[in-house]
Design a protein around this ligand. Sequence first.
Ligand code: AMP
Length: 222
Amino acid sequence: MNVVVLLGAPGAGKGTQAPLLAARLGVPVIATGDLFRAAVRDGTPLGVEARRYMDAGQLVPDEITVKLLLERLARPDAAAGVILDGFPRTAGQAEALDAALAERGTRVGAALLVDVPADELVRRLSGRWICRAAGHPYHEVSSPPRAAGVCDLDGSELYQRTDDQPATIRARMDQQLGALSQVIEHYRASGVLRTVDGLQPIEVVSNALGAELAAAGVVVAG
Ligand code: AMP
């Protein structure tokens, strides 16, 4: 099982890079943020609980998050491997993942950090708009849609996530950068951390991530 962890602060470009990496590896992306948003939309008890934290720009507690992730990891389409986007976000989550993978006789093959300075992250997040239908990302300045407020790819409405509104961004950033640094240290200590400069153009970042995977010995499809 190829388990690749994609690490980066909110706005580092993980959401853009994850599907590109998934295509290279031929495995699905599991994004806990998407799983939570689906649970909120479906109004499940877990979604109702998670929403309180999400709207406040806080991390959902580890107990809830780990349960959600492990359930998703157990589905058949994840058997050959996965790209994890947005998980683990705390040292506790990283340890829980290690333990779950050890039970299956495997481990994280690579933890890829998309590195972007904090000021640039705030600038990126405050202009981010997402389509309702599929979450396709746009940016007011760096990648605007052809028609304002409408997704180029599927025509659905663009919206700004509650937690992407400027007041929430700094709170989110302060909390999450602290936790992220613990996760980075976790993977540095286990020797699987690899860092890519996230200020480069999308394709350059994507190729650099692919090269790091190959260097880590993670099998790349095709
Ligand atoms: P994202 O789409 O990855 O930015 O996630 C959106 C929100 O979902 C986050 O701000 C958190 O409230 C919650 N969330 C997603 N993944 C995690 C995680 N691994 N641990 C805790 N909370 C998470």
